[in-house]
Design a protein around this ligand. Sequence first.
Ligand code: ATP
Length: 134
Amino acid sequence: METVRVSVVTPDGAVYEDEGVELAVLKTVEGEIGVKAKHIPLLAPLAIGPARFLKGGKEAQVSVIGGFVEVRPDQVTILAEAAERPEQIDLSRAEKARQRAEERLHKQQEGIDKKRAEIALQRAITRMNVAKHR
Ligand code: ATP
């Protein structure tokens, strides 16, 4: 089967590299896309969510905290604001971030930025889910 080269890069450096991915499943702001070899070239903004990379019946996941994906026929490059492999995720930190965000969302108080809390909640939930894929 033909494969694509995948790299996930953040401002702090490379987080994930794989030379032979059969299918990359990514969450763009317009919905989920599946990318295989020979995909048409594409540049798309990414939502907060897991990126999934499949090969040989196995799946690797990376938490992607926004950014862009550039797809070329033989290469998928994700430029993320932040990204983590499962073993890099501090689960208790993510759990605390989730609790903080939920408390802010449920407070009936002036001056609470609900949109910001919503986005923080998405980051935390994404990390908690990806952390399970060690
Ligand atoms: P927190 O409130 O815990 O700081 P956050 O969602 O505000 O979480 P970000 O601003 O998305 O954090 O990320 C800042 C930096 O911290 C990034 O380098 C990111 O990879 C890292 N990071 C955030 N949360 C975690 C986590 N649970 N485990 C490991 N690294 C994390």
